[in-house]
Design a protein around this ligand. Structure first.
Ligand code: AMP
Ligand code: TRP
Length: 333
């Protein structure tokens, strides 16, 4: 049986190396396997859980599509669409919010991080966001969901919601229970300025991340300024304890070079960080420059990008509208 792959990325700008190595690179290899049916969703409904400027949001939706294509996803083989245009997502999210329990959502660590100290001021949407994510996945009978490590808990919640719905309504196997696909090594790329924080779109310092649209000079500068420590590069894994920045830089190098962590340590062991940084900048430029150039080229072709979304939305709607009809029947509408 074909695997049904589904994943989503928020169109919130600044797509970075963490998004690429944690998620998009994996999307590309999955989509190149003819055994898989892939759907990649630009989750604009998720984006508005925090305040967005409408004009910028519109551009960021196109930029996310451009990034998918520039990274190597073929829109003829995979469905690429934006969530808001397939109405079943919002509707299924409502229905599933009546299955999910407050206690389950209260455990979500991402909400706690994102809402910060003043939870009273967070939007209700930010709180219920994982239910919308479950709706995204379940509407397509997805079997596998490639995501970065930070989404693992949301995937578990999705599985719980699917199971409870199936049990409550005695419809065994109606919602498929999806498997997460999370990279084993380096599923979490950390900030270049603080190895204990994940690389993030929302970090105020642009020096904390490598954006997929960064030019060669920006990459060189950011890697040069990346935080390290005063020791030389460890000779074995044990020596990485309490050295998160060293671990992160070695991890990024191994992911890009498709080398194991151990082999990368061997390559640089005992050397200075300056040597690692030179090699790292080069491999980043070699990998990201073609993507960055292609994104910039595609962004000039707005109608091409819009057409991809339009076609993708039609195909997605075809699948999702059938599933939501069955959901109506099951719940008694
Ligand atoms: P988002 O930008 O939050 O929509 O995330 C899109 C995808 O990138 C998700 O699968 C995330 O898990 C993944 N991701 C985001 N930040 C990182 C990071 N620093 N390291 C690894 N994966 C990440
Ligand atoms: N919540 C995910 C993130 O912030 C994005 C997302 C929304 C998603 N719906 C999804 C990922 C469905 C996988 C499957 O990264």
């Amino acid at each position: 049986m074909k695997k049904k792959i589904f994943s989503g990325v928020q169109p919130t700008g600044n797509l970075h190396l963490g998004n690429y190595l944690g998620a998009i690179k994996n999307f590309v290899s999955l989509s190149n396997d003819n055994e898989n049916e892939c759907i990649f969703c630009v989750v604009d409904l998720h984006a508005i859980t925090v305040t967005q400027d409408p004009a910028i949001l519109r551009e960021n939706i196109r930029e996310t599509v451009a990034t998918f294509i520039a990274s190597g996803i073929d829109p003829k083989k995979s469905i690429i669409f934006n969530q808001s245009q397939v109405v079943a997502h919002a509707e299924a999210a409502w229905i599933l919010s009546c299955t999910a329990k407050m206690g389950w959502l209260n455990r979500m660590t991402q909400f706690k991080e994102k809402a910060g100290k003043d939870k009273e001021k967070a939007s209700v949407g930010l709180y219920s966001y994982p239910i919308l994510m479950a709706a995204d996945i379940l509407l397509y009978d997805s079997t596998h969901v490639p995501v970065g490590n930070d989404q693992k808990q949301h995937l578990e919640l999705c599985r719980d919601i699917a199971q409870k719905f199936n049990n409550d309504f005695k419809v065994d196997d109606f919602f498929k229970i999806p498997e997460p696909l999370i990279q084993k090594e380096f599923s979490r790329i950390m900030s270049l300025k603080d190895g204990s924080k994940k690389m993030s779109k929302s970090d105020l310092s642009d020096l904390s991340r490598i954006n997929l649209t960064d030019e060669k000079d920006e990459i060189l500068n950011k890697i040069k300024k990346a935080k390290t420590d005063s020791l030389s590069i460890p000779t074995n894994i044990k020596e990485f304890v309490d050295r998160p920045e060293a671990r992160n830089l070695i991890g990024i190098y191994s992911s890009l070079a498709s080398m194991t962590f151990e082999d990368t340590i061997q390559k640089f062991s005992g050397k200075n960080f300056s040597e690692l940084k030179e090699n790292l900048s080069q491999i980043l430029i070699d990998n990201l420059n073609p993507i960055s150039n292609e994104i910039k080229k595609l962004l000039k072709e707005k109608s091409y990008l819009d057409k991809i979304l339009e076609d993708g939305c039609q195909k997605a709607d075809n699948i999702a509208s059938k599933k939501i009809k069955k959901i109506h029947d099951i719940v008694g509408f």
